[in-house]
Design a protein around this ligand. Structure first.
Ligand code: 5AD
Ligand code: SF4
Length: 409
């Protein structure tokens, strides 16, 4: 039996893409292994959003030289966003690479396998890996924005929404295979539209699929959180009350230079509206965008204080070749490090503080093990008693310790 080892870098979209690529390999008789040593095929699904991510994927590829030398019939597939960006350049540098399949190519992955001549014709339809408690469903690919620092639109291309009927079918399959929670994925997931079906309609319809207890989605763009959206979802408790809402900067001037399409005030308005519907909000922040002044940075710190995020992921600005911001003069490295340090200190306590506010509330916990699960708002909750995995327990919260709530059940 041919065995495939999968190494995925980057976001949840990439995880879902790896699953999809696996189905095409499975259709050609491959079986999954988590041991690189015993694999015949390795699929490296890559990320290029920051230089560091790309570097990790490329160095993994470098290390595969010896793996391939051991048994030269082994097959190396380099796929995803870094593969798209690097193209022929990477093939030249690593001639032992067998198949290159960029992120825009995902729909043609099967053709790529056939064109390589390394695989027999596909047989039975390949099965997706078992979904576990959460089933990931891609609803749209690509991005129509042009944020000045971001490589994504160039490697993933413009938005393409998948037909709502296909999405519902896939959600139903995942639910039938045991998923209780469906996570809808897209680069700007809430820009979704298919004819008359809006993103809110889709959320509501997925929540009605038999077996689906909870629907999550990532990553949304702030501008699509309209009052109409909130109105459409506020009476549906199956739509999880947690969003990852990247802000990137707290300065309106920097946001404009980043071409984000909103101001600090507009973002904070969205935060207030989402919180009023019970959502917890995590975010991404980029530190040291080329034009960021001390005052701009202070604005980011004050936005963090005002928004009371559930969590914030902070990244050092990383210039990406071909993006408009890559033409700008970089900030001093030391300044960048200092700002990152200050910001990391500021965001460190956010989750603990959010957890503390939950004592005394009543939560519905979807159990991921016999006595631990997540609430709709994404809080981790430990129950007193044990329950079957996948059940939902409604319970009051007795205390909080760090990033764990203890239930009174
Ligand atoms: N430099 C640093 N961080 C970036 N991100 C995207 N592009 C860059 C870049 N060039 C961050 C953003 C985004 C997250 C996925 O990665 O914060 O939300
Ligand atoms: Fe990149 Fe902006 Fe699109 Fe997000 S919305 S993927 S940051 S261009």
């Amino acid at each position: 039996m041919t065995k495939v080892f999968i190494q995925t870098y980057g976001c949840q979209m990439n995880v879902a893409d790896s699953d999809e690529m696996f189905t095409h390999l499975a259709a050609r008789g491959a079986e999954y292994t988590d041991q690189l040593d015993e694999a015949d095929i390795v699929l490296v699904n890559t990320c290029t959003v920051r230089d560091h991510a790309e570097h990790r994927a490329v160095s993994f590829l470098g290390r595969l030289a010896a793996w391939k030398k051991e048994r030269p019939h082994r097959v190396i597939i380099f796929a995803g966003c870094a593969a798209e960006r690097l193209g022929a350049e990477i093939q030249k540098k690593y001639p032992f690479l067998d198949i290159l399949s960029g992120a825009k190519d995902i729909e043609h992955f099967s053709d790529r396998l056939d064109a390589s001549g390394l695989f027999a014709a596909p047989g039975r339809a390949g099965e997706a890996p078992a979904p576990g408690l959460t089933g990931y469903v891609t609803i749209m690919r690509g991005c129509d924005f042009a944020c000045s620092y971001c490589i994504v639109p160039s490697v993933r291309g413009p938005v393409k929404c998948l037909p709502a009927e296909n999405i519902l079918k896939e959600a139903a399959q995942k639910a039938a295979a045991g998923a209780k929670e469906i996570m809808l994925l897209g680069q700007t997931v809430n820009a979704y539209r298919d004819g008359q079906t809006s993103f809110a309609d889709l959320l509501n319809r997925v929540s009605e699929v038999p077996g689906v207890e909870r629907v999550r989605f990532t990553s949304p763009h702030p501008i699509y959180f309209t009052p109409a959206f909130l109105e459409a979802v506020k009476n549906n408790p199956k739509i999880a009350r947690n969003v990852h809402l990247p802000v990137q900067s707290g300065s309106t001037k920097v946001l404009q230079e980043m071409k984000r399409g909103y101001t600090r005030e507009i973002f904070l308005d969205k935060v207030r509206a989402l919180k009023a519907c019970g959502f917890t909000i995590s975010t991404d922040i980029i530190v040291g965008f080329p034009t960021e002044t001390e005052e701009d940075f202070r604005q980011t710190l004050s936005l963090v204080d005002e928004a009371e995020f559930f969590a914030a992921y902070c990244f050092k600005y990383s210039p990406r070749r071909g993006t408009p911001a890559a033409q700008m003069k970089l900030l001093d490295k030391k300044v960048l490090e200092e700002r990152l340090d200050i910001l990391l200190n500021r965001v460190r306590g956010l989750s603990d503080a959010a957890y503390q506010t939950q004592v005394g509330t009543v939560k519905e916990v979807l159990l991921e093990s016999e006595n631990k699960g997540r609430s709709s708002e994404n809080f981790w909750v430990k129950t007193h008693k044990s329950y079957p995995v996948g059940s939902i327990v409604r319970t009051e919260i007795e205390k909080a310790d760090g990033t764990l709530l203890f239930a009174r059940d």
